[in-house]
Structures are given as C-alpha cells and as structure tokens.
Design a protein around this ligand. Structure first.
Ligand code: RIB
Ligand code: CA
Length: 324
C-alpha cells in the first residue's frame, strides 16, 4: 500500500475523492489536511469529519490549514457546493472527533523534513502546500509523488475563461508551488476531469446497487447537478477530485506530456496555467500535464471501490449502461 496525505477543500467532489482514497485497497491515507476553497476551512474540516464517520475511519488525523489565500481575498465556491460545502444536505456531526493541534502547513513541512515514502494529493487551492514550502524549501524533494487536481491546458476555465478554480482561488500559492516544489507536479486538470461526468444514470445505478452509499452520493450531488445544468447545461456533475485519486492509484488512466508550466498571478488571466509545451522559454519541465483519460475505466474503479457490490457485476453492468 502506498501512503498518501490528502490536502482538500470538501467540497462535494472532495468528499467523493476521500471516499475513494480511504476505501481503495492500494493506498493508505495517513493524514488529511484541509484548506479554504469550496467552503471556509472550518466547514471543510467538519465535512472531513462527516466523511470519516461514514467510513468508520475516525482514526485518520485531520490537520486544519489556511483560512485565506496567500494574498488574494478568499472567494469560496459555495455557489457550487452549497453553504455547508456538501450540497446543502446539512448533515450533523455525530462523533466527538477532534482535529490535531498542529496546523496543516507545519505538519506538511515537518513530515517532509527528510525522505519519506509518502505522496501528497492536493484537491484544493495550493495554499497549504505553498506555506509548507516556505517553511521547508526542500519539502518537494523528500516526498514520493505530488498530484494536484487543478489548472487547465486547452480546456476553458470554470471560474474565468482561462482559469480553473483551485489555482484561481489562490494563484500566488499555485505559482509558488509550480516554481519551487522541485518535484514533478502531476497536474490533473480540466482537460481530463471534464470527461468525468457523474450522470443521472450513474447516480441512479449507485442508488440501486447500494442504497446507503448511493443514496449519500445522490444527496450530496443534487445541488451540484443543478449548478451544472444552470451553468453549463450539463446533465450530471463533473467530479474532478476523484479522478486525481484514481490516477494516483493507476496512472494508466490518464495520458499527458512533460512541460514547464507557470501560473499567472494577477489580472484578467489570474490563475491561468501557462503550459510551455513547445519550450519557448527553454526551462526544464516541472510538471506532467494530463490531456487524455479513459473515463469508462475510471468509473469502473470508482464504483467498484465505493459500492458494496460484486466487482464483476458492476463491470458487466457498466459495459451496458449509457455512460454519456
Ligand atoms: O475546479 C475544480 C476544483 O475546485 C475541484 O477540486 C473542486 O473541488 C474545487 O476545489
Ligand atoms: Ca477540491
């Protein structure tokens, strides 16, 4: 099992991603850090606790992180994820789970003070990662892999014509991480996540195969589906973050290319990832940019791990279901 720390901003798709990561047999989630993003960080932390309660994994430590971006005023995505960050489901916390006293950035900086076989998967704005890097400039060189859901190469943005939310929310953090991390940044951006649409057909399938988990998935995504229909006339919802987890587990799910990438920090194109695929700037590659994804294979992994049903049954069913 490969050890991972997940930095996230739950968030509906973050929650689905945490479920996948925690239930997947290939990886061990050794800690979760939270950051402001989809919702204020204290709400995101509460949503992590709700997720861990559901999975009976309250043993996983939670380190709360940044309340606001490095420089920009904080702008949440509660219009997309609901005021509670979980689709206005307003589910209660039923346990007395407490979070760690140490802050997320300090924990990350300390964890990677020397080589450790632990990877980081970042599912939100990169504020914690950037702050940890400022505390420990060698952090990147001591971690195993770094995967981030964020950015976009050729696909249009989702919060401006050119920017994806995580890097738009804190462009200074994203720019610092791409400039200073010092290890390959495996960028799972909108070019591939847009193909991962959790459709009404798939949602209904989950409910029929596993009423408890499927019902939870339906409940927390309803608000998100409404947003996608109003905003982009998509029937279903793009579940970005689970793809970053699935790609970490099986990197054949996505194809891409190595490139030097920089992030714009100001102006109309703030948060834009400038992917220098053709090496105009003659700089060493710092990232791998994902451009193609096998969405059918993704959903096989996603649903066989999350649903309490026979793998063979799900795989056979998915072959027949309209995945469009
Ligand atoms: O742009 C999509 C990303 O921003 C996802 O990680 C979503 O959860 C939000 O954090
Ligand atoms: Ca997220």
């Amino acid at each position: 099992m490969r050890k991972v720390i997940i930095d996230c901003d739950p968030g509906i798709d973050d929650t689905l991603a945490l479920m996948l990561a925690i239930k997947a047999p290939e990886i061990e989630v050794v800690a979760i850090t939270t950051v402001c993003g989809n919702a204020p960080v204290d709400i995101g932390t509460k949503n992590v606790i709700k997720c861990l309660e559901r999975l009976d994994r309250l043993d996983i430590p939670i380190y709360q992180g940044a309340k606001q971006p490095l420089k920009q005023p904080f702008i949440s995505a509660q219009d997309t994820h609901g005021m509670d960050g979980l689709g206005e489901t307003n589910r209660p916390i039923n346990s007395r789970k407490t979070i760690e006293d140490q802050g997320a950035a300090s924990f990350l900086a300390q964890t990677f003070a020397q080589d450790v076989p632990i990877s980081v998967i970042a599912l939100g704005p990169l504020t914690n990662i950037a702050t940890a890097l400022q505390l420990n400039p060698d952090m990147g060189r001591h971690m195993d892999r770094f995967v981030t859901m964020g950015g976009t190469y050729k696909s249009h943005g989702n919060c401006s014509p050119v920017a994806e939310y995580n890097y738009w929310c804190d462009p200074d953090a994203a720019a610092l991480v791409f400039d200073k991390l010092g290890t390959c940044i495996e960028m799972v951006g909108l070019d591939v996540t847009r193909a991962i649409v959790f459709t009404p057909t798939l949602i209904e399938y989950c409910c029929r195969m596993d009423p408890d988990t499927g019902g939870f998935m339906r409940d927390i995504t309803r608000f998100y589906v409404d947003f996608h229909w109003q905003q982009e006339r998509i029937l279903g919802c793009v579940i970005n973050d689970p793809l970053a987890i699935a790609y970490f587990i099986d990197d054949t799910l996505c194809q891409g290319f190595d490139s030097y990438t920089a992030v714009e920090t100001k102006g109309l194109s703030r948060g834009q990832t400038l992917v220098d695929r053709y090496d105009f700037w003659q700089k060493a590659a710092n990232s791998k940019i994902m451009t193609d994804v096998d969405s059918r294979q993704f959903f096989k992994k996603f649903l066989t791990v999350l649903l309490n049903a026979h793998k063979e049954t799900i795989e056979a069913d998915l072959e027949k279901l309209q995945m469009g």
